[in-house]
Design a protein around this ligand. Sequence first.
Ligand code: ATP
Length: 463
Amino acid sequence: METQSATGEPAEPADDVTLDEIVALCKRRGFIFQSSEIYGGLGSTYDYGHYGVLLKNNVKAEWWRAMLTERDDIVALDSAILQHPRTWEASGHLEGFTDPLVDCRTCKLRFRADKLEDAQCGRKPSKHPGETDDCDLTDPRQFNLMFETHMGPVRDDASTVYLRPETAQGIFVNFKNVLQFSRRKPPFGIAQIGKSFRNEITPGNFIFRTREFEQMEMEFFVPPDEAERWFDYWLEERMRWYVELGIRPDHLRLRRHPPEELSHYSSATSDIEYLFPIGWSELEGIANRGDFDLRQHAKFSGEKLEYFDQQSGEGYVPHVIEPAAGADRAALAFIVDAYDTEEVEGRKRTVLRLHPRLAPVKVAVLPLVSRESMPERAREVYEQLRTRIAAEYDEGGSIGRRYRRQDEIGTPWGVTVDGQTAEDDTVTLRDRDSLAQTRVPIEGLADELAARIDQAWSSPKLD
Ligand code: ATP
């Protein structure tokens, strides 16, 4: 929760791609569409198409892998979007989850008072002919970002509930349940991925800031005197996650919040920022939330939210370190970082150089031509491969065109069945990045590709 954020500050523009190019590719290849497009679209909401679903699923799967599979001190949770309204009183959201809103008296547009770069009035002419003046702004007033709805058939104050603005509070209100049933002892974490909703005043920049988005949040409960150490630990771990998944390290940085920017609950927060086409902007926030949340929920619910240490015979309220990331924003960063164009044999090639673990499709199986039993043999190879890895079969159009299509969705390997396949059961294996083509036996191909997916990988854009 932030009343002021560091995002969107147009610092240095990113080197290689514009947001418009990303939006165009996402639409062209069916990753992401404007929501309700046939009705003219709904402001800042987006729908994920086939490859977008696969990519975002892979991002989330990698997060679960880092949180659950590769360690044993974190458990999973999936809490409801609707929670008891007292939750948001206790957490401070009802009172404090606000942004300062200002209106322009002339053009009627609304802005966040802490982000006025765009407050250039479209209507008010300036003294210079042909130009318009700055907006004529009202004083700021606080605007709560939570979406309200009503539970049950009667719409009154007593039935008001909120769509959660973050997943974290679902974790805190389950602290007692998880402690009891998992028999954990601090340090331990509770992780969840789920939708959150914020009635943002100035959403925009494609899926960077939307009103409905998915968060990947983990609350790590620690003995109070270990909080600082764990805060540093999670900063490092989370940076490592992005780098291991192929984000170029020189496009990532840590930015520590100065005291005046800290949320009321936080004693330290650092953002992992990525150099988006809009400039350096927040990708993930890591906060030391102290014991604020557990104490507040204990106060408001009357429940004891503590860890009781059998050895010392004393109870204590753990402190909490929270790495909070956005699945959509992470997906956008991975696409941006992977986007590349180059000239090959006089023609422009657009390619997503995604880490193979993130690529929506790992291997495309293509018959060279649609005759001489090549489609049948290619389908057999495809059926064999798809039981092990995400594969796609494609026989439509020229081979060059099919390769280009796969390049644009980031498929790391292409397997082509050709005339020689019938003679010796080999295929051509084409590498998305180097464009090298090698002859390999069909037997053992799934093992070979599975091994390649697990290898350490860094972006060829760094070469
Ligand atoms: P911002 O400063 O961008 O408003 P925040 O600091 O309010 O973000 P947090 O409350 O820390 O964000 O949420 C954690 C993460 O959730 C963010 O780092 C971001 O990846 C994601 N996130 C937050 N708000 C949005 C949004 N409106 N659209 C998409 N992702 C979001």
